[in-house]
Ligand binder design. Sequence first.
Ligand SMILES: [Zn+2]
Length: 330
Amino acid sequence: MEFRKEVEVSKVLVGGKIDESVVEVRYDPLTLQTSRIVKKNFPIQGGDFEEEVVSTSSWCPFCSERIEQMAARDPEIMHGELWKRGEAILFSNLMPYSKYSLVLRITEAHFLKLSEFKPEHFVDSFILIQDYIKKIPEGKYYITIGMNFLKPAGSSIMHPHVQVMISDISTDYFARLDWSALEFMESNGTDYWQKLVEVEKEGERYVGRTEKTEWLAAFAPKGFFHFVAIPEEKEFAEMSLEQLRGLSEGIVKVLKYYDSKNLNSFNFTLYCADRLGEHFRTNFHIVARTPFGKYYWCDVFYPKMLHDESVVFFLPEDYAKEIKEVWEEL
Ligand SMILES: [Zn+2]
């Protein structure tokens, strides 16, 4: 496993003096996809958006008073029912992205601060998704679970929700993960993520552990403050309650850390190993997005949009060290 990076130094004339800036281009150890780390003193400034919380709650389709009427129904697997557990409600995506395309309303509250999410919000949601996966017909499917929170993360609805995409065809990056992981298994005799934990455990990107789950900062980040979780149990639908709790507790810790840095928006995804084979292990990724507020600025610009090249301003080793120090208290 290679942690390869190239460094470029750029010179800028500032106030009559030459200033040197370092740009790191890092290769993801599995996929070799590159990310650029531009070391920039980037201020993180969230903003107040109370007005938007109030105005969107007046029409929100996921609020409890409207969801029964407005939720799209799944005619086959769920027989037109909504599945509920705790505050979580599972239903069909009105705009499907794949053969089986679902949405989960995960909290009763229309809006939560990142510090207010609880492990149960995710545990209950994940259990509903497991129930659904167990009912889909035999065959190979690419299963991903994802979350967009607030407008900077691409979410059109403020109410916290998770999406599930179950498709015959993988997304572009999932395909890359799948075949890279197969190659890795063939040459190393172990799955990539297990090896990654082994290698990173004593290193400067290791964050900590929750029940049955290891957490680390990604070497080649795909977004701001990119953390990765690697569960002990491989297939999502088969995960024990302890495993789901460990994953969910870690998500809540990362969200609290984001909140402590004035971040308020994020994306996460799970690439599920179910039905893919021994070479794959379910893995979880979370990134913060530029914070929502009056002066919001989008962090996806042309390199990401058209080159599939991530550009970030924060060094994984720095924020891994920072979160590691408070991991147990979060
Ligand atoms: Zn709502």
